[in-house]
Design a protein around this ligand. Structure first.
Ligand code: NAD
Length: 497
């Protein structure tokens, strides 16, 4: 790590970018030779050619992963040995933090300051945490009768494929890499076609750390080719998926059509952020409400995309949220001062602008933003946008936009807030701002969401589970509970009579 502030544009120009797949310990092109352009949303320019893998490559990666698993070189290593290697892997990620942060920003458009402070650090911390955990977890002995000994043990599941999105390319991958590798599985990572570069880069670091050939593979490519080939594969034991609810439902079908592989889904959200009149600090709540929707350009599964405010404080809250949002104008993602970056690609830009039109057409009022920004850069940027006067039946109140667009609604009391909060098909996160602790707990119980924040938003730690109710998914990333996804339970009954 250097001590001086890097000139990121200069660095970007001299960056050597690897675009090949990583199979069985080596970088290789796609078997078909196909590639696709990796376009940077920062300025719309192609920055790399990336291997477009498909079924033939998936077959090679799965075979390598299976061979490695059966060999026991990783799966039967003592947990403390896997720990050592994973700790080294996390260290190497930190040693390459500037390069990885730059790749992340160039690839998906988030501000370089966030890539450095959030993405790379959280990725390393996650892998470290699972490495540290794995040699401290004990199996169980069941309370059977005296003439039997029943062991309940956990075993690695086998070949795990992770299919991940583009909004936090490394973090979403790390939430699966950490527990799956620590538990002894072989792993195939299919990054989003919109953000494959850091996944490809860390494969070499994994090998350098000592992860044996075939245990960690990366297959860049499209969903309907590489992703589908893995999800339908007869020799993949488990899919750890993060992405849209629409694709998540396909994963369940693919499993049924193939080998009933375990499928764990982390999908979309449309999370309510509820501010009641007895909120302890309206300024803090408003600043948090703005960052809940504008951080990472609103490209967050857990974004507080519905602001539900008790009528009595509606005007005061909205004024403050607009003020906070106004300060977050999009800027050059490579400038360390920028806090709102680019939208991942032109397709997502079109989706976000389409929802802004839908909000207008449905009669909601634009209170802030609403337009494309920084067109001259060649990249894809949208102003932070706030709609007022939103009704729960409008599209912008029901559907996940995945961009910097906030739908603000008002309600008469806490009961109505919960009712509106629970009225969508998603159940990922929710927040309540109130100084009444009884009300906070009652609402937290009533809200159908995997994470409920009280007097904060998006508070985060690797120690707590992350995931959703309803169509936001199944299973949980993070915390020790994530091991449930990547291990099988076995009962061994010994007759002692
Ligand atoms: P997406 O569903 O389009 O793609 C996700 C991944 O699935 C990508 O790697 C893609 O290539 C692959 N894929 C697409 N179609 C496929 C198919 N037919 N077969 C196999 N694989 C396929 O989602 P996205 O646009 O990349 O990501 C945004 C979504 O991710 C949002 O809905 C967001 O809420 C969700 N997300 C959820 C969480 C969570 O933890 N719950 C976290 C981050 C993002």
């Amino acid at each position: 790590m250097s001590n001086t502030t890097p000139n990121w544009h200069e660095r970007a120009r001299s960056l050597a970018i690897e675009g090949r797949a990583f199979i069985d310990g080596k970088y290789v092109g796609a078997a078909s030779g196909a590639t696709f352009d990796c376009v940077s949303p920062v300025d719309g320019r192609a920055i790399a050619r990336v291997a477009s893998t498909d079924r033939a490559d998936a077959d090679l990666a799965v075979a390598a992963a299976r061979r490695a698993f059966e060999s026991g070189a990783w799966s039967r290593q003592a947990p403390r040995e896997r720990k050592k290697v994973l700790l080294r892997f996390a260290e190497l990620i930190l040693e390459h933090r500037e390069e990885l942060a730059l790749l992340e920003t160039l690839d998906m458009g988030k501000p370089i300051s966030d890539s450095l402070a959030v993405d790379i650090n959280s990725t390393a911390r996650c892998i470290t945490w699972y490495a540290e955990a794995i040699d401290k977890i004990y199996d169980e002995v069941a309370p059977t009768s005296h003439d039997a000994l029943a062991l309940i043990t956990r075993e690695p599941i086998g070949v795990v494929a992770a299919i991940v999105p583009w909004n936090f390319p490394l973090i979403m991958a790390a939430w699966k890499i950490g527990p799956a590798l620590a538990a002894g599985n072989s792993f195939i990572l299919k990054p989003s076609e919109k953000s494959p570069l850091t996944a490809i880069r860390i494969a070499e670091l994994a090998a350098r750390a000592g992860i044996p050939d075939g245990v960690f593979n990366v297959l860049p490519g499209f969903g309907h080719t590489a992703g589908q080939a893995l999800a339908l594969h007869m020799d993949v034991d488990c899919i750890g998926f993060t992405g849209s609810t629409r694709t998540g439902k396909l994963m369940l079908q693919y499993s049924g059509q193939s080998n009933m592989k375990r499928v764990w889904l982390e999908c979309g959200g449309k999370s309510p952020n509820i501010i009641l009149a007895d909120c302890p600090d309206l300024d803090r709540a408003a600043t948090a409400a703005a960052s809940a929707i504008f951080f990472n350009q609103g490209e967050m599964c857990s974004a507080g995309s519905r602001l539900i405010v008790e009528e009595r404080v509606r005007d005061a809250v909205l004024e403050k949220v607009i003020e906070a949002g106004r300060k977050l104008q999009p800027g050059d993602p490579l400038d360390p001062a920028t806090r709102l970056g680019a939208i991942v690609d032109d397709v997502q830009l079109g989706t976000v602008l389409g929802y802004i039109d839908a909000g207008r057409d449905d009669g909601a009022e634009i209170l802030l933003g609403g337009r494309r920004a920084r067109d001259e850069s060649g990249g894809f940027y949208v102003e932070p946008t706030i709609f007022g006067g939103v009704r729960a039946d409008m599209r912008i109140a029901r559907e996940e936009i995945f961009g910097p667009v906030l739908a603000a609604m008002s309600v008469k009391d806490a009961d109505e807030a919960v009712k509106v909060g629970n009225s969508v098909v998603y159940g990922l996160a929710a927040a309540v701002w109130t100084r009444d602790i009884t009300r906070a707990h009652r609402m937290a119980r009533a809200l159908r969401a995997g994470m409920v924040y009280v007097n904060c938003y998006d508070a985060d730690d690797i120690t707590v589970p992350f995931g959703g109710f309803k169509q936001s998914g199944t299973g949980r990333d993070k915390s020790l509970h994530a091991f449930d996804k990547y291990t099988e339970l076995k009962t061994t009954w010994v007759d002692l009579s």
